[in-house]
Design a protein around this ligand. Structure first.
Ligand code: PMP
Length: 385
């Protein structure tokens, strides 16, 4: 036994709603549209490439920054997509997933008392990552119901302690994407300041209706102060691979690498060989948006038969629905009831706010097989009519 109880570094962190909902899904054999992970098979050719890499003997540690061949392929891809000239030697690091890249970037630059602007609803790792570094999250809501960024409020909340702004596009959980006008506002806000940017772009290719992904990489004056994070797992339907990367200017990447080299040092080697070959073929990423939009459209069309009301989604794996025509219950109560009584697990959007906010909205993941989506919606139709 310890003489004194351990003092926790994250006193307010406990079991998350994601765990609760997954447990409920298992208990009630509910279809899990809560968790943001595909239930269909990933690309067979990519599996073959990993196999080949392992058989070819690529099973030892990779370079600290990642396999150079993969970094070069990424540099070529971002040049093609965003006309961005990135140095593969100094400005790219391959990481064990997007979440790891976010944590490493924040840990590299945040000091005690630094303020970080976070737009809510937000991916759940941001705030604990800020707190563990002794920094202070400044929480600003996106404006319901279209979840626009309130740039005036952001301006008003900037202080001398503001160190960094976190952006996420396509956004989890709302499916919102950044517009050109957002980037213009951001440029004005950071001009002449030392404010850094973390741009979480893990759903990069999953953008719908012919819209464009407004990557920070398209804006050189913003990139100069940015960490930009990506996830191969998310875009290539293999979330369990936990493989991603960070792009940042040399000066920021130097600090990133100081944390990275003593945390994991280097990322899974055979996956990197496989991805390096795979992304050289542009067809392997250019069709991803269309592929996933077909799932979104399929799901949305089925959902017309229910009393759920859709909110706009232009990217990511997610679609939000209001349920105020069905129930007045809180999001958490209603989501639990839906898992138990309808047999469909979702995530209440209130879980993406630190202090909760109940707009009677649930997040559904449509990155699923058509048969899964159909069965889930059949259950919702039976339940909500
Ligand atoms: N950022 C956002 C917004 C996400 O939704 C996710 C995945 N849930 C990640 C980062 C993490 O990606 P990875 O699985 O590669 O760590």
């Amino acid at each position: 036994m310890l003489a004194q109880p351990l003092i926790t570094k994250l006193p307010n962190t406990g079991e998350t709603i994601f765990t609760v909902m997954s447990e409920l899904a298992a208990k009630y054999k509910a279809i899990n549209l809560g968790q943001g992970s595909p239930d269909f098979e990933m690309n067979e050719a990519l599996i073959e490439l990993v196999n080949k890499a392992m058989r070819d003997g690529h099973n030892q540690y990779a370079h600290r920054n990642g396999l150079l061949r993969l970094r070069e392929a990424i540099a070529e891809k971002v040049n093609f997509l965003y006309h961005s000239k990135i140095d593969p030697v100094k400005e790219i690091t391959i990481t064990p997933g997007g979440t790891y890249a976010i944590y490493t970037a924040l840990t590299a630059v945040l000091n005690k008392g630094d303020e970080v602007i976070v737009l809510e609803p937000a991916y759940d790792s941001y705030v604990p990552n800020i707190l563990i570094n002794g920094a202070v999250p400044v929480l600003i809501p996106l404006v319901y119901p279209d979840y626009k960024i309130d740039w005036e409020t952001i301006k008003a909340r900037i202080t001398t302690a503001t160190k960094l702004i976190i952006l996420n596009s396509p956004q989890n959980p709302t499916g919102k994407i950044l517009e050109k006008t957002d980037l213009e506002q951001l440029k004005q806000i950071v001009k002449g300041t030392n404010i850094l940017i973390l741009s979480d772009e893990v759903y990069e290719h999953l953008v719908y209706e012919g819209r464009e992904h407004e990557s920070i990489l398209k804006y050189p004056e913003l990139f100069q102060r940015s960490f930009v994070t990506f996830s191969f797992g998310k875009v290539f339907h293999c979330t369990g691979w936990k493989t991603g990367y960070c792009i940042a200017p040399d000066s920021l990447m130097k600090e990133f690498l100081k944390i990275h080299q003593y945390n994991c040092f280097s990322t899974n080697t055979p996956f990197q060989y496989a991805l390096a070959s795979f992304i050289k073929d542009r067809n392997n990423y250019q069709g991803l948006g269309k592929f996933m939009q077909a799932k979104r459209d399929y799901f949305q069309n089925l959902m017309i038969e229910t009393k759920f009301t859709p909110l706009p989604s232009f990217g990511s794996y997610f679609q939000l629905y209001r349920y105020d025509k069905i129930s007045n219950e809180s999001e958490i109560e209603f989501a639990k009831k839906l898992a138990k009584e309808a047999g469909v697990a979702t995530i209440p959007v209130s879980a993406f706010y630190q202090k909760g906010k109940d707009d009677k909205v649930l997040r559904f993941c449509f990155a699923k097989k058509e048969s899964t989506l159909k069965e889930a919606v059949n259950r919702l139709i039976d339940y909500s009519l």
